[in-house]
Structures are given as structure tokens and as C-alpha cells.
Design a protein around this ligand. Sequence first.
Ligand SMILES: Cc1cc2nc3c(=O)[nH]c(=O)nc-3n(C[C@H](O)[C@H](O)[C@H](O)COP(=O)(O)O)c2cc1C
Length: 215
Amino acid sequence: MNIFALNGSPRKNWNTAILLNKVLEGAASQNANTELIELYDLNFKGCTSCFFCKRKDREHGTCAMKDDLTPILERLKTADAIVLGSPIYFMNITSAMTAFLERFLFSNIIYSLEIPTVYPRKISSGFIYTMNVTENQADEYGVKINLKAIQNAMTRILGWTPELLFSYNTYQFTDYSKYESSMFSEEIKAKHKATQFPIDCENAFNMGKKLVMPQ
Ligand SMILES: Cc1cc2nc3c(=O)[nH]c(=O)nc-3n(C[C@H](O)[C@H](O)[C@H](O)COP(=O)(O)O)c2cc1C
């Protein structure tokens, strides 16, 4: 079993990355091969609407753009499971994750009523979201609604309804005293980090185990 994690945060050792690594640890505990891909290390753009992937005279499922994402998209065709992680920026996933998904998902769709996907296999998937707001605030701002369209596309294209993990109220700075942050209480943030974040990590580990269990 090969599982790939894609980090849509520019920060490599923070909330999203920690949770993605827990997913991979859970998958590794079931003897899966794991790989973490840092999207912010790659030089790539989102879809440029060339529609090469939808031409009748070309192999479907291939994005024609050539950049650092090209070999990654090829490697993802060998995945048995994939987990994506993104911080929430302006109540949605980050620009890097959006650009990646435009290329990965759209190149595996053709405009056919009969064929829902040209992705070569059915794979399990997960999506981890980390955000500063609390769960109540996220619901108030419609965050889950904003994320639904991509989740539906993943279900259709990868053949599996993604497992979801929402990590709220994340700790954002190593030293809150250095930043203007009077909107939040550092004390409450620290308490949440000490009590809830370990539970989020445990849930991420269990997600990893589940994603690589034979379907
Ligand atoms: C540009 C930017 C926009 C953000 N917008 C939001 C937002 O709309 N809602 C929210 O809850 N958090 C927002 N945040 C906070 C991040 O989602 C949060 O700190 C997240 O856990 C960061 O993930 P990381 O620690 O893995 O980098 C924003 C952060 C940045 C840098």
C-alpha cells in the first residue's frame, strides 16, 4: 500500500504538517509505504484551462502543463490512498492546495455522462483542515459548506468519500506576546493545544490506519 500526504500549508512543522505526519504514522503502523509532499516546495500553477485532458485524440487523465507538479501527478497514479491537509485561509483551503486540486482532479474528469472519472483506480482519501476559529465560529462562517464541492469531486473522481478531520482553534505562534492577538486568549489557545490537539493527533493516526485497510 502506498499512501501520499500533501501538505497545503507553507509551514512544515506546524499544525497541518503534524496531523498529516500522524496520518502517515498510522498508515505505517499497518506496513504502508508513506510519502509526504510539501506543496510549497514546488513551483507550479493551477489549471490554465487548455482542455488537453479532455481531448478525444489524447490519453485521458494527463495534465499537459509541465512544471514541478508534473511528476507528482504521475506518481499519484500509483497511490492506494491519499491524504490532503490544508490550513483554512479566508474560510477556505489555501491557494496552493486549490491549485494542486485544479490540476489533480480536473485532469481526471472528462465531460462524459457515462464516465464519472478517468483516474486509473479507486483509492481511499482523507482531508485534514486546520483553522484558528472555533467549531461554532467555523459553522457560523459556513466553512464546511465552502469545502463541500471539493469533497464531492474527490468522491466522484477517486471513488471514495473522503475521511474528514477538522482541527479548530489552532495555536498559531510560538510566542503570543510578540504578536498583536487581542482577539484571542493565549491561555485558552494553550489549553486547547494541551487538551484537544492530542485528540486530533490520535484521530489523525486512526485515519491513517483506516485509509490503508484493504477495501
Ligand atoms: C493568510 C491567512 C489567512 C487565514 N485565514 C483564516 C480564516 O479565514 N479562518 C481561520 O480560522 N483561520 C485562518 N487563518 C489561520 C490558519 O488557518 C491557522 O493558523 C492554521 O492552523 C495554520 O495552519 P499551519 O499551522 O499548519 O500553518 C489564516 C492564516 C493565514 C496565514
